[in-house]
Each structure stands twice: as C-alpha cells, then as structure tokens.
Ligand binder design. Structure first.
Ligand SMILES: Cc1cc2nc3c(=O)[nH]c(=O)nc-3n(C[C@H](O)[C@H](O)[C@H](O)COP(=O)(O)OP(=O)(O)OC[C@H]3O[C@@H](n4cnc5c(N)ncnc54)[C@H](O)[C@@H]3O)c2cc1C
Length: 511
C-alpha cells in the first residue's frame, strides 16, 4: 500500500501538520522515534501569530487561553530591553502561556480526534525517492522495514535525519565563540526570595525573571514553580565543548561563578525529567531548500535559532499550517501547478526574519561598552510607539507579507484581520468560521461574490457576512488563515490561482 503522506516526528509541528492534513481529508502516517510522549520542559509559551492560528482551530481555548479571543501581551522584551506595549491601540503581539508537553498532548488529542494515529517507537532512518513516490526506511520494535508514500515530511527537529539524508544544506553560522548553558535546578529555598523577586545571598542579590548583563557575560534565573529555577548563562569568547561532552550542574555553576562572581549551590530536581542544555548561541541556520522533490521540511528541521523572544513555535506551527492544505490539494488532484512551491517561497523568508531578530537580540546581550551604548540607542527608539509597534510586529511575525500580484489589495498576503461579522447563522468571529480548515470566502456583497465562487463550492465555503465597516467587498481566506485575495475585482482569477480550476463550469456542467 502507498501512503499519501508520512510525517517523521510527532513533536508540536509534526502533530500540527498531521491535524491540518486530516482536516483536509488526508490521513497521514506519523512515525515517532520516542516510545512515550516527550515530557522535556522546553517551550513555556507560544508567541505571535501562531496564537491566532491556534484560535482558528479552536485550540487556543483548549490550551488554556481566554475563551473569548486571544489577547495581546501588555509587555515583552527585545534583547532584554523592556518593550511596553500597553499604549498600542493595535498591539499585534499575542501570547499563550503553555508548557510544551501540554501543547503536544492537546495537539495529539486533536489530531487523534481527526483520525490520526501516531506510530511510536518507530524511527525514520533514511529514504529513497523517485518521480512518483518515496520509499521510507524505518526501524521499529519489529526491526527494520520500509513504507512507500507520495510525500515524506521531516518534522524531526533540529538534528533532522530527513534533512541530512536529503543532503539539504543547513545554511548559517555556528557561532563558535558563544556558549549558552541552561538547566532547571533546585537552589536553597532560603535564598530564593519570591517577595522581592531576588536570589538573596546576603552579600549579593541577583534579580529573578530578567536577563542581566555583567562584565563577563549574561545570566537569567527564572522560577518555574515548586522551588525549581531555570538558570541560564551566556559567555562570549569561549568555544563550547562538543555535543558529545554532557553538561553537568557543576559546569553551569562554574559558568555562573565566572559571569556573576558568586557561588550558587544547585542540584537537579529528582522528580522531573532533567533539562540540561548547552547551546551554541550563534547556531542559527535555515535549510537551503524546504522541498526536494517529494520530501519536505517543517519546523526545527528547517530552521534553528536561539530561543530569544520565544519564536520557535510561532514559525514552526505556521509552517505546518501552510504546508498541510497544499499537500492535501496535491493528493486530491486540484492543486494548481505551482501551489506546493509556494510553501518554501512563503515560509523560508519567515525563518530568515526569525534568524535575524534572534541574532540581533543575542548581540544586544553581550558584555562591553559598545553594546551598552547600542542598548541605550535602541532603548531610546523604543520611546516611540511606532518603533515599539514595529518590533512587536517583527516578534509576532505579522510584518511578513506573502508574495502577491502588483495590484493586490493591501490586505492580500497577510494573515486575516480579527473580525466579528453577522452571518445568516448569527454573530461569529472569523476564527470560529475557520474551524473546518476549508478555504473561506467572506462575502460582504449581497451575494454576487458567492455566486461567482459557486463553481468552486466543493473546495471553498462562501459565507454571506455583514459588518458596519467591512475591510473589502470580499475576503478569500486560505486554510492557514492568510488572505489569498481581498477586494471586489478579480475573485475568480484568485480562486483559480489558489484552488485550481472550477469543478463546475459557469453553465452548470461538471468538467
Ligand atoms: C529550552 C528551550 C526552550 C524553548 N522555549 C520556547 C518557547 O518558549 N517558545 C517557543 O515558541 N519555542 C521555544 N523553544 C523552541 C521549541 O521547543 C521548538 O521550536 C519546537 O520543539 C520545535 O518543534 P518540532 O516539532 O519542529 O521539533 P521537535 O520538538 O524537536 O520534535 C521532533 C520530534 O521528532 C522526533 N524524531 C526525531 N528524529 C526522528 C526520526 N528519525 N524518526 C522519527 N521521529 C524522530 C523526536 O523524538 C521529536 O518528538 C524552546 C526550545 C528549547 C530547547
């Protein structure tokens, strides 16, 4: 049997892709090397536009977000400089606090409800592709075997086997002179002062919750609850040991001693999975290609960068939503010829923006007089609301416009705006209308646009809507939430360009 899509990796992005495909009528085979779900405490928040994407799928509330709508965060940080967003009328930076294991649980449940099964304990070890299919090599509990599929998607993280096997270059900088260390550890409860938000060592007080620069490096101590703190250090002009050298708590303690000049006793928590990381802070890379024939990359498999500003899931979850409906369209046979190629054209620039801003933020954390001066200048710029909005938009990933034609409406190519409209079924938020994951025409005319879209009725839902001040006569939203078209003219061209030829000719006959 030939599968439609095989997904390597059931991390957040593999699970999101699986759900998107299932919503679009394609049930993928998901292969995950881990036997049990991953409890490693990595991300603790989704930031930016992906929060609205999760809302479009009804997942924002399931993940603990507000039942009404996602809210923007009042404050954030850029390179540890405060970014006060409270006075922005249109603050674009949404945030959803959720621990990564919980995110993965909810996404796995959602995908399961849509009929997706995850084949755990099964590692993708390689593949061979020809013009029609990919033969995927796997290793599971019953030994090695192969499976044939029309498409293979590597959602297998930063060390992606799929990317390496495809020979796709991971372009960027290794940053050999920056060393990040981080671990979740327990420190002496007597010195952890939650009332003053400090670690109080008597002769020295270390602030909690903030990155702090010193003459020799940068550190942060973030309480995570239950007496556990997440300690991070960054040191410059120091080559990190190789990945084969496991980091110890003693190594982190020595690093903190060099950076802050104090000795903080720490030990690993006994009752949670250890999180010990040594990261090369400059390791920022983007895959040269997101697609090689029938093999594609999503999420960390396609891009790695520092966690500054928590951008990883924002870019990865949107990769998954971008690819899901396009792959499904290929398999259903209605994809326009260039549709799949738009995946790389749209998503690679998004990763490059993240690579740029995380590197800029890391540079702002370095020690030295020149960086102090640079921080002063940037802080001054942040006095302007327009500059703060621009940085918030960069962090949210909403400043990226997908390629459009020269005469496109100003909204085309962007994520759809937040809208509440009156439909024949009552008052609805646009996010509620997006739950099905089908392309959606929001028709603010008396029905002329819906009539034009009629021949695409098997693929595109048309909704008659009223709004006191509609942004355009009509909005054509893709399943990933981006606007394929907005305006009054050119609807049928846009429908054909994105969703293929009409199934029914204007005269009523089937093609
Ligand atoms: C300490 C830390 C803090 C972070 N904080 C944040 C944050 O606050 N916000 C944020 O947005 N991002 C954060 N990130 C980044 C975020 O965790 C990643 O972007 C995210 O995990 C990427 O998801 P993924 O599905 O692409 O890859 P992964 O999460 O790496 O998942 C890949 C999956 O593939 C499986 N796999 C690997 N190889 C194979 C194979 N050959 N065959 C089958 N399965 C395979 C793995 O077992 C794994 O389950 C943080 C990262 C770290 C390390």
């Amino acid at each position: 049997m030939t599968e439609g899509v095989v997904i390597a990796g059931a991390g957040p992005n593999g699970l999101m892709l699986a759900g998107e495909l299932a919503l679009a009528g394609v049930r993928p085979l998901v292969l995950e090397s881990r036997v049990e779900p991953n409890e490693e405490p990595k991300a603790n928040a989704v930031m930016g536009q992906a929060v609205r994407l999760l809302d479009h799928r009804g997942l924002h509330h399931r993940l603990g977000g507000d039942s009404q709508r996602p809210s923007p965060v009042p404050r954030f940080l850029f390179g540890a400089l405060p970014l006060d967003l409270r006075d922005l009328a249109d603050n674009p930076l949404h945030g959803l606090a959720v621990a990564q294991p919980e995110l993965e649980r909810v996404l796995a449940r959602w995908a399961g409800e849509l009929g997706v099964e995850i084949c755990r304990g099964t590692e993708v070890t390689g593949f061979a592709q020809d013009a029609d299919s990919v033969t995927v090599h796997l290793h599971g509990s019953d030994g090695p075997r192969t499976v044939r599929t029309r498409y293979l998607v590597g959602c297998d993280g930063g060390h992606s086997t799929v990317r390496r096997h495809a020979g796709i270059a991971f372009v960027g900088a290794a940053g050999e002179n920056t060393c990040w260390r981080a671990a979740r550890v327990i420190i002496d409860a007597a010195v952890l002062r939650m009332d003053t938000a400090e670690v109080d060592l008597g002769h020295k007080r270390l602030p909690l919750y903030a990155w702090t620069r010193t003459a020799t490096g940068t550190y942060a101590i973030m309480p995570t609850g239950g007496g556990v703190v997440h300690v991070s250090t960054i040191e410059w002009d120091q080559a990190p040991p190789g990945d084969d050298v496991p980091m110890t708590v003693e190594e982190l303690r020595a690093s903190l001693r060099r950076v802050v000049g104090v000795d903080l006793t720490m030990r690993l928590p006994a009752d949670e999975p250890p999180l010990l990381r040594r990261r090369n802070g400059g390791n920022t890379r983007v895959a040269e290609h997101y697609q090689l024939g029938r093999v594609l990359l999503v999420g960390d498999a396609a891009h790695v960068h520092s966690a500054m500003g928590a951008p990883g899931l924002n870019v990865g979850l949107q990769d998954a939503a971008n690819l899901g409906w396009k792959l499904a369209a290929q398999l259903h046979g209605w994809a326009p010829p260039e549709l799949l190629a738009t995946y790389q054209a749209e998503r690679r620039p998004a990763a490059e923006r993240v690579a740029a801003h995380t590197q800029a933020q890391t540079a702002l954390l370095a020690p030295g007089q020149q960086i102090t001066a640079l921080r002063g200048v940037v802080a001054e710029l942040f006095g302007d609301a327009a500059a703060r909005r621009r940085i918030a938009a960069l962090l949210a990933g909403i400043d990226l416009r997908y390629p459009t034609g020269p005469d496109a409406h100003p909204l085309t190519g962007y994520f759809a705006p937040e809208l509440t409209v009156t439909t024949t079924a009552g008052v609805r938020r646009l996010a509620e209308l997006a739950r099905t994951g089908r392309p959606l025409l929001l028709d603010f005319t008396a029905g002329e646009l819906s009539t034009m879209a009629g021949p695409w009725g098997d693929r595109v839902d048309a909704v008659l809507a009223r709004h006191p001040d509609p942004p355009a006569a009509g909005l054509l939203m893709r399943p990933d939430g981006y606007l394929a078209w907005a305006g009054g003219d050119g609807l049928t061209d846009a429908l054909a360009a994105w969703f293929g030829p009409p199934a029914v000719t204007p005269g009523g006959g089937r093609r």
